[in-house]
Design a protein around this ligand. Structure first.
Ligand SMILES: [Zn+2]
Length: 312
């Protein structure tokens, strides 16, 4: 999996030419963050090997970090009585931080926290690594704050940004980074990694391991999407009210599955693309605005009615 990327990173590492800022990008759930952690671990490894040795004190701490649930990592410092101060996410490794969203966003205070961290000399390893994921959750203020550091990064410091959507990264930030594109995984890759054999799931997961595992446990979402596409009025009514009650993550997954199913229909029946395309666009729009509160049941009725038109 990702053999080309492995070769690239290994080569950079061997030649001691790992860029100070890297941006890993590609679809959600295809192993970008795992690879970013692997690289971070190797950069910090005291034996200086790629892949990391996995036995030195630095590697041990990185492994501990990986096993700690994110919720338990420190986000705030409460040194000042009664006042919480934003930190970054910090685990056991003194030279590594993992910046991730606090309530949907990576805030400017968190990025400022990184600058304080970088002012200190490495304590255990010879380098410092900052991993930011998902990088697009930095709002423009945070990105601009980061830019200042990226323009003149302290020596022996590496930034690894991980983004699912490159469009939401400021071009100024992008241009400071070495871009590494991660491609979708093949069906075979997903089969091998997850052990999933269900052809329908393999198709609907769109090359994402995360999505494949989610769908494996949430097959009801696939059923609901099918009902919306071709169910009777009564089935549609029941399906819509179930979708309405789901949490955000499940609704998002449901809409993605619905979009993928429609896209497949479009490919099978290309003559009717002018019917399918607006519906697919509409689903993408609803997905983008899901957090703002969309009346999904109403939307699903519209999808169903539009599809009845297609069949005529
Ligand atoms: Zn090591």
């Amino acid at each position: 999996m990702h053999d080309k990327i492995n070769t690239l990173l290994e080569r950079m590492y061997r030649l001691k030419r790992v860029p100070q800022a890297l941006l890993f990008y590609g679809k959600e759930g295809i192993g970008k963050k795992t690879k970013a952690f692997d690289l971070a671990k190797a950069l910090l490894c005291l034996k200086g090997t790629f892949p990391a040795c996995n036995t030195c004190p630095s590697c041990n701490r990185m492994n501990q970090f990986n096993q700690t649930p994110v919720e338990q990592l420190q986000v705030y410092s409460d040194k000042e009585a009664g006042k919480k101060v934003f930190l970054y996410l910090q685990g056991e490794h003194p030279d590594f931080i993992y910046l991730r969203p606090e309530k949907d966003e990576i805030k400017i205070d968190q990025v400022r926290g990184v600058r304080d961290f970088l002012n200190l000399k490495p304590a255990l390893s010879n380098k410092k690594v900052v991993l930011i994921a998902p990088a697009e959750s930095m709002n423009p203020y945070s990105q601009n704050a980061l830019l200042k550091t990226l323009e003149e990064p302290p020596q022996d410091t590496h930034f690894i940004l991980v983004a699912n959507n490159l469009d939401n990264i400021l071009s100024t930030v992008r241009s400071r980074c070495y871009l590494v594109e991660f491609r979708e995984l093949s069906r075979e890759d997903i089969k091998n990694i997850t052990g999933i054999r269900d052809e329908e799931i393999l198709e609907l997961c769109e090359g994402s391991i995360t999505k494949a595992s989610e769908l494996l446990h949430k097959t009801h979402i696939i059923k609901l999407a099918k009902l919306v596409l071709s169910g009777s009025a009564l089935e549609l009514y029941s399906a819509s009210s179930q979708v309405e009650k789901m949490d955000y993550d499940d609704q998002k997954l449901f809409l993605e599955v619905l979009g993928t199913m429609l896209h497949k229909k479009l490919l099978q029946d290309k003559e009717k693309w002018e019917f399918y395309e607006p519906i697919i666009d509409r689903i993408a729009f609803v997905l983008d605005n899901l957090k703002r509160g969309v009346k999904l049941s109403l939307f699903l009725f519209c999808v169903n009615i539009s599809l009845t038109e297609v069949k005529k």
